[in-house]
Design a protein around this ligand. Structure first.
Ligand code: FRU
Length: 467
């Protein structure tokens, strides 16, 4: 599988559709796979929702609840509508389908495509939402290296509104999978909001290959205005494996959260990651917010959803240590299955310090390091076992990390094949795949460079969601 699609909350269920080729382990004729959850953690697989047709493959897109039956599909009631790209051999166009049974089966609209196109080569990944102020549907679409906005009263007839992108942000590759939503400013005045435009790029992202960037600004139902400097690039995640993120539509106002998930891979090697009989996974669901920094800049912040705490199991490591540059300090074993590590590093008496996750003694493992002088956080999987299946997989990913008073706080979620790092203020996240060997015993050790570091590490198991 690849991108998450059609993410929507409806009648007690979170729906996750996704780019899926049921016929093989590599990218092929795309369908929409389907899973549902009531708690964002435990997912139930459902049959394939959408299959290719005469208009082409079913590429990425979104889903909404048509509460007021603007489409006329629901006989005065409400229901789910999916908006997706029909990817033909030569053309990409936008189509819709609707479901009368809570997403279990889908009927494609007879009038497809609803946004025809025979000019633009890359023209895809519609994200649709209801724009309350102007009382119309909004479509955000990726076209080449731009974002196009369309409006509609009924999800069937679409009118072009505006475009955004030229001269803004990163252009290392084609733009894909946009998302747009309004958020309150976490620490702003009452009623202070901003719009977040999330845009993925197929190549040239923070750590090479595919990744996401975002813009913060205003949106009036027609035009997005970026309030940051046009040339400034803001990365969504600094790892190699966080792509095509999409947020859930229609989370009830009483909950009020904006939650997104991404596909945890990178197009550089996605088709070759040596896992079987499956390939690819989604990231943890994350709550996103915006915060005003002391310099007045608006920043996106991300945390794992609070539901994750429900999986917390026993703690297997808890201690305070002094790490030195002379030798690595063994801290604990890595248990099988998922775990979360809360880490506090005091770098005030050293240049850098960190941890080797997945150490075996024989090789370097996965090295996480905070460097006080350069103010960076790096994750290095280049010497870890299993990294050599593809030349682009061994990598050091790097993020600017504010290290105030020499102290760094991180929360690291280790699953069997991934490391998701969250800085505890939420402004930096780093997501990377890892390929540990099943029968190896791994341990975690700590180290310092040029001095001594204080470290506190708490490891807690997370119960598997598949048990
Ligand atoms: C992003 C993407 C989308 C496209 C889909 C095809 O990963 O290239 O732009 O709709 O994957 O599977």
């Amino acid at each position: 599988m690849n991108d998450p699609n059609g993410m929507v909350y409806y009648e007690g269920e979170y729906h996750l559709f996704y780019q899926y080729y049921p016929g093989g382990l590599q990218w092929g004729p795309m369908h929409w796979g389907h899973a549902v959850s009531t708690d964002l953690l435990h997912w139930k697989h459902l049959p394939v929702a959408l299959e290719p047709d005469e208009l082409g493959m079913i590429f990425s897109g979104s889903a909404v609840v048509d509460w007021n039956d603007s489409t006329g599909f629901f006989n005065g009631r409400h229901g789910l509508v999916a908006i997706y790209t029909s990817a033909g051999d030569t053309h990409q166009q936008q189509s819709i389908a609707y479901s009368l049974d809570k997403g279990r089966t889908w009927i494609k609209y007879q009038g497809n495509p609803v946004v025809p196109n025979d000019e633009i080569k890359d023209f895809r990944d519609p994200k649709v939402f209801w724009h309350e102020d102007t009382k119309q549907w909004l479509m955000v679409l990726a076209a080449g290296q731009e974002i196009l906005f369309y409006t509609s009263p009924d999800l069937k007839e679409w009118v072009f509104a505006s475009r955004f992108g030229e001269g803004h942000g990163a252009h290392g590759g084609v733009w894909e999978c946009p998302d747009l939503f309004e958020l309150p400013v976490e620490n702003g005045a009452e009623g202070d909001t901003r719009w977040v435009l999330q845009v993925d790029i197929g190549d040239g992202a923070a750590s090479g290959g595919s990744g996401g960037q975002y813009f913060i600004g205003s949106f009036d139902g027609q035009t997005f205005v970026n309030e940051g400097a046009p040339e400034e690039i803001r990365w969504v995640d600094y790892g190699k494996d966080f792509y095509a993120t999409q947020s859930f539509s229609d989370i009830p106002e009483s909950d009020g959260r904006r939650i997104w998930m991404a596909w945890m891979s990178n197009w550089q090697y996605a088709n070759e990651v040596p896992t079987s009989p499956w390939r690819s996974a989604m990231t943890l669901p994350r709550e996103v917010a915006i915060r005003k920094e002391s310099d007045g800049q608006m920043k996106l912040v991300q945390y794992p959803v609070r539901e994750l705490k429900q999986l917390a199991g026993e703690s297997f490591a808890a201690g305070s240590y002094v790490l030195s540059s002379e030798s690595a300090t063994e801290l604990c074993e890595v248990p099988e299955g998922p775990a979360v590590y809360d880490v506090l590093l005091d770098l005030s008496s050293c240049a850098a310090a960190g941890f080797c996750l997945y150490g075996t003694g024989a090789d370097k493992g996965f090295v996480l390091k905070a460097d006080r002088e350069s103010g960076t956080l790096t994750a290095d999987r280049s010497d870890m076992q299993g990294s050599d299946f593809h030349e682009k997989f061994p990598a050091v990913t790097s993020a600017p990390l504010p290290i105030s008073d020499g102290v760094v706080e991180l929360s690291v979620v280790l699953d069997t094949g991934s490391v998701e790092i969250f800085s505890t203020d939420g402004t930096v996240t780093m997501t990377n795949l890892v390929l540990p060997e099943k029968n190896n015993r791994y341990s975690i050790s700590g180290f310092a460079e040029a001095g001594k570091a204080g470290a506190t590490l708490t490891g807690r198991r997370l119960r598997s969601v598949w048990d």
